[in-house]
Design a protein around this ligand. Structure first.
Ligand code: IPD
Ligand code: CA
Ligand code: CA
Ligand code: CA
Length: 256
């Protein structure tokens, strides 16, 4: 799996260099669906990632946010070329490239790369998580009183706003503060690195979370849906946190 990590990092760095170079010359911004934008840079960056990986692994399959499913293989690469496209378009320097490699449905390798800050978060299943080559662990914050949490607003799903606000109303008064920075992949990477104690959001897709969820788990954290079911991919929600904050988040959410 180390070889897969090397290729994933190579692809993320290539795409990162490209996106930075192109960031002042975005040629087109399209709406894919309500509030979901894509630029020519997202599409080209995804192609760079796919080409880089295919060069080494010609028979692997892909699931990319912008190009969908390609190929059929036990190995599948799950790619978000720019996680935080709205930030990218508005020149808010907070977005990342997210690449995961799955084998027989299990995430084996995860890379989240922030080329603006040159911050690289990596994980290999069973081998821990790293930040710029150094081992990372989730925070040790106990409970919620001193916990810094992050979330994403349901800006594409107004129909779940009430459900979202209900949970916000349970967590927010209990924690120290809540962030909404605009990149789920970075939110998860920051939980892995102990910068945040926990994260929760509704309506994310596999490309948003596959790499970041592995980072959190390999850094000693927990990931589930908001009901506590570890198969968060089968639901419309995700919670990721250090084990103590995780327990406290679930408790707060489930109280009447
Ligand atoms: C989005 C970001 C954002 C989250 C959205 C995602 P995109 O990804 O991760 O933080 O709230 O739900 O879709 O569309 O910029 O790749
Ligand atoms: Ca998008
Ligand atoms: Ca995304
Ligand atoms: Ca994206």
């Amino acid at each position: 799996m180390q070889a897969f990590l090397t290729i994933a990092v190579r692809a993320a760095r290539k795409a990162g260099d490209f996106i930075i170079r192109e960031s002042d010359k975005i040629r087109s911004v399209q709406s894919k669906s309500q509030h979901d934008y894509v630029t020519n840079v997202d599409k080209a960056a995804e192609q760079i990632i796919i080409d880089t990986i295919s060069h080494s692994y010609a028979d692997h399959a892909f699931l990319g946010e912008e190009s969908g499913r390609q190929g059929d293989s036990e190995y599948q690469w799950v790619i978000d070329p720019i996680d935080g496209t709205t930030n990218f378009i508005r020149k808010v320097p907070h977005w990342a490239i997210s690449i995961a490699c799955k084998y027989q449905g299990k995430t084996e390798v995860g890379v989240v790369y922030d080329p603006v800050r040159e911050e690289l978060f990596t994980a290999v299943r069973g081998r821990g998580a790293q930040f710029n080559g150094k081992r990372i662990r989730v925070s040790n914050t106990n409970g919620l009183e001193h916990a810094l949490l992050a979330t994403g607003f349901p800006f594409r799903n107004p129909e779940i706003l009430d459900k979202y606000l209900n949970i916000f109303g349970k967590l927010f008064p209990e924690c120290s503060d809540m962030r909404r920075a605009g990149s789920a992949a970075l939110d998860l990477a920051y939980v892995a690195a102990g910068r945040l104690d926990g994260f929760w959001e509704f309506g994310l897709s596999e490309w948003d979370t596959a790499a970041g969820a592995l980072l959190v788990k390999e850094a000693g954290g927990m990931v589930s849906d908001i009901a506590g079911n570890p198969n968060y991919q089968d639901s419309d929600s995700i919670i990721a946190a250090n084990p103590k904050a995780f327990k406290a988040m679930l408790k707060a959410i489930n109280q009447k």
